[in-house]
Design a protein around this ligand. Sequence first.
Ligand SMILES: NC(=O)c1ccc[n+]([C@@H]2O[C@H](COP(=O)([O-])OP(=O)(O)OC[C@H]3O[C@@H](n4cnc5c(N)ncnc54)[C@H](OP(=O)(O)O)[C@@H]3O)[C@@H](O)[C@H]2O)c1
Length: 252
Amino acid sequence: MKIVVIGGSGLIGSRVVTQLRQRGHEVLAASPSTGVNTVTGEGLKEAFTGTDVVVDVANSPSFESAAALAFFEAAGRNIFAAEKAAGVKLHVALSVVGTERLLEFGYFGAKLAQERAVENSGVPYTIVRATQFFEFVGGIAQEATQGQTVRVSPAKFQPMAADDVAAAVADAALAPAQGMVEVAGPESFQMDQLIRKYLSAKNDRKDVITDPDARYFGIKLNDRSLTPDTGARLGTITFDEWLRRDQTTAAA
Ligand SMILES: NC(=O)c1ccc[n+]([C@@H]2O[C@H](COP(=O)([O-])OP(=O)(O)OC[C@H]3O[C@@H](n4cnc5c(N)ncnc54)[C@H](OP(=O)(O)O)[C@@H]3O)[C@@H](O)[C@H]2O)c1
């Protein structure tokens, strides 16, 4: 089966490409660096010729709300026109658990628009909504840092390893269209506790303050904001296991 992975050079995309190739499929990693640009439409027709499944795990280069919206709107228009012309049978997109609960940060409005475009495209689809990646935990800490203090909400969240996200996306690409599905990590944490654990593992001595009013990228969190519904598929890689692998990779 021929599968095109848009964003195939990214954190998740590169893993999806590897996993699908290991399972014996013909996979094209598509991104501007390989001559495929979803915003301009460049290279889409050629990439989609003879393609059964398109996986879209690209991301907007800017997280600013208007720029991200423009990115996902243009990408949606170009991708679905090209998919219909090529007779693509399944579209798989990657989104975020709780997107509609996170609209205080404009980027999530853009992700919601991306989801709507998928749902209204007329192409059979699976939208995989994932929780925060372990690889993103350092970014959460950084965004919450002022000087030597990191102010973080104790709200629950259930992050997961990029390898587990990629496995879920690869499985979705090989299954019939499922509509919307959710994936999450194997364990639930309070965000402040996980940030403390992460910084400690990195020998970072910043002071983590637990603050229920601390914002997450401008969003006021509660225990429901970032957590999946019951029935979500759970990954298998724990945070401790991910930290061990991360430290081994860093040492190599
Ligand atoms: N961060 C999280 O915790 C989280 C949680 C759930 C879901 N997600 C979602 O996961 C998705 C993937 O994130 P990621 O971290 O893997 O992204 P990433 O590492 O930043 O990779 C982005 C990819 O998009 C490609 N791209 C950028 N502009 C493009 C364009 N005009 N046309 C085609 N491809 C383009 C890039 O290609 P080049 O390398 O050629 O520039 C790259 O391959 C995102 O949609 C995000 O919303 C993230």
